[in-house]
Design a protein. Structure first.
Length: 231
């Protein structure tokens, strides 16, 4: 009986150990991607016809002077990331308002109206001051490159491109995602295009892992920094 219990305990420890290794290794092997950034597969064409012995056969021809740049679904395109944004905003407001009102004592038949020997006169004064000032500045810079795939060809010939690139560094993963619309005339002969020429561009650069977690704000600090916190 003791030998059976010992064997079961050993099997349980081995199972937990293997599960722990699987849990530790899975995040490094499987990257959590999104469908809108996944690579697009080329369009499936109709199967080629059999060889009928003729010199020319439809589907087997190749053009010698074909453009090698991206132009159809599934083609690759390299986007050169060259993003730099500098924004500065300043606002200043000042408001001053002063009011003074005096009401003299009324007279009846040339005689001043009094109350307990005092004339019925009064005066009102008010002053309002407001001053506000705000400064805001932001600077962003992104350099590099990413190769994406053509996911759709629009009726006007523009290309919808999308893709992502993952880089594992020590205990963290860095990834770049891009999606947008590219004009074929902006593609260079080397099959590259600047990110500043990508229309409706969605560029994301983030990280996952220990460095990103250490640089993130804790949940309690995020709670105190939310707009619903009244103080």
């Amino acid at each position: 009986m003791n030998r059976t219990v010992r064997s079961a305990a050993i099997l349980l420890i081995q199972f937990l150990w293997m599960a722990g290794l699987t849990g530790c290794s899975s995040p490094m092997l499987v990257k959590p991607g999104e469908t809108e950034f996944s690579p697009a597969a080329p369009v499936d064409y109709a199967p080629l016809t059999r060889d009928n012995g003729s010199i020319y056969m439809a589907g087997y021809s190749k053009t010698w002077f074909e453009d090698i740049t991206a132009h159809q679904v599934g083609d690759l395109l390299t986007v050169i990331l060259d993003e730099q944004t500098d924004a500065t905003k300043q606002a200043s407001t000042g408001i001053t308002k002063d009011n003074t009102t005096s009401i003299s004592a009324p007279t009846i038949l040339g005689q001043g109206v009094t109350w307990n020997g005092d004339p019925l006169s009064t005066s009102l004064e008010s002053a309002n001051d407001f001053a506000g000032k705000a400064d805001s500045s932001q600077s962003n810079k992104l350099k590099g490159s990413i190769t994406v795939t053509v996911s759709q060809v629009l009726p006007n010939g523009n290309l919808v491109v999308q893709g992502e690139k993952w880089i594992a560094i020590n205990q963290g993963d860095e990834y770049v995602r891009l999606r947008g619309i590219v004009r074929t005339v902006d593609i260079t002969p080397r099959n590259t295009v600047l990110s500043t020429q990508v229309g409706n561009a969605q560029i994301t650069y983030r990280g996952k892992g220990a460095p990103a977690d250490a640089n993130a704000m804790g949940w309690l600090a995020r709670f105190f920094n939310t707009p619903i916190w009244p103080f």
